[in-house]
Design a binder for this molecule. Structure first.
Ligand code: SAM
Ligand code: SF4
Ligand code: SF4
Length: 343
């Protein structure tokens, strides 16, 4: 029988440029930090079409998922009729930028009290050269998503970079992920972003100020709500293609999930509930907050909330990174791929 080969588009179309300048072809967690190279040390061609990139593309083609042990995106995989792997690629269409960790608040699960921003993520002598360094990566890009690791509107570096990219590459559209505190009309206009946003995601982990303040230290709930209504108008008038709310579920806020579904509908946004990522070294804190863990003392209360009428009748809700709760016990990737292609 002829061996079937697999084509995954990501190592050809997606570049995630993350802290310290490392480039990944997909979500770092899924590919266990397999980097193609570093934008501060190597040229675009050395990275995107270098040996590490070729190895990655070849392995996927050979149905070898050793470099993708945590893949959660099997739906994008296709079978290909090609007999040889395509090892060289055009510049990527989608760029995810997460170079700068600076933020205006401290969310308890992201920045615990003693968290120190790493000042070395971007070498000092490269700060003014970011646009030049990134330009070869951007020439084919349709979408730039930012900032995955900090707060885009609070960071001078991120703001300058967005403005420079928006001015130099008029065809690029932006996917913005923000805590919403500074996503004001004024900021969007100053950064040349109005009419350039394909998607905006606002992280809002509570429906009321009291709960919000327990999670987002130094935030401003009322300002976020005000800005959400402004974004809602942009969405309604067709100036934003997609509008999402992200809600990270913890012991503190799980009871507000049904209200959040209703609020999202009211402002015309989609809602995505995120499981708590506990991979960082904050064991005690995460243990207490991590209500999605079946061993958590309040786990059954979460189950009840998620089986409430609002939830059960909702077909516009996404739950991400929450395999245990949804009953999908993690199955080894090879088995899942075999299942996928034997359908
Ligand atoms: C790191 S933030 C960066 C973008 C922006 N500052 C924001 O808050 O949306 C991106 C997303 O990661 C989520 N996040 C941060 N730490 C997390 C954790 N430990 N578990 C799950 N989600 C987390 C945030 O809630 C947010 O939705
Ligand atoms: S196989 Fe999965 S983890 Fe690997 S690049 Fe494709 S989508 Fe990402
Ligand atoms: S706003 Fe975003 S980057 Fe800032 S602490 Fe919260 S989750 Fe982290």
């Amino acid at each position: 029988m002829e061996t079937k080969h697999i084509y995954c588009p990501n190592p050809y179309i997606l570049a995630e440029i993350m802290p310290f300048g490392n480039v990944y072809p997909c979500s770092c967690g899924w590919i266990k930090n397999y980097s193609f190279g570093n934008i501060f040390e190597q040229s675009y061609e050395e990275i995107w079409n270098g040996e590490k990139a070729k190895t990655f593309r070849q392995k996927l083609f050979d149905n070898d998922f050793a470099l993708c042990p945590g893949c959660q995106n099997l739906e994008i995989l296709q079978e290909t009729e090609e007999s040889e792997a395509k090892l060289i690629s055009q510049p990527p269409e989608r760029i995810l930028l997460g170079l700068d960790e600076f933020c205006d608040v401290k969310c308890i699960f992201c920045r615990p009290e003693d968290y120190k921003i790493n000042p070395n993520l971007i070498p000092k002598d490269k700060e003014d050269k970011l646009l030049d360094i990134l330009s070869p990566w951007l020439i084919n890009a349709k979408y730039v998503k930012t900032n995955a690791v900090g707060e885009v509107f609070a960071s001078k570096i991120s703001r300058n970079l967005i403005k420079n990219i928006a001015d130099k590459f008029p065809n690029i559209k932006f996917e913005i992920i923000t805590n919403g505190i500074q996503s004001t009309k004024e900021n969007l206009e100053n950064l040349n972003l109005v009419n350039r946003i394909s998607m905006i995601t606002v992280s809002l982990h509570a429906c009321n100020e009291r709960t919000y303040n327990k999670i987002v230290k130094g935030g401003n709930f009322n300002k976020v709500i005000e800005n959400l209504y402004y974004l809602s108008e942009l969405k309604k008038s067709g100036r934003i293609d997609r509008f999402e709310l992200h809600f990270t579920v913890t012991l503190i806020n799980y009871k507000e999930m049904p209200d959040m579904i209703n609020f999202a509908r009211k402002i015309g946004a989609n809602i995505r509930f995120l499981g708590l990522d506990c991979s960082r070294e904050l064991e005690q804190l995460y243990k207490k907050l991590n209500i999605q863990d079946p061993n958590h003392p309040d786990y059954n209360k979460l189950v009840k909330v998620v089986h409430s009428k609002t939830f059960m009748e909702a077909n516009d809700v996404v739950i991400q990174g929450w395999e245990y709760f949804t009953g999908l016990k993690p199955v080894p990737i090879i088995k899942r791929i075999k299942n996928l292609f034997s359908r």
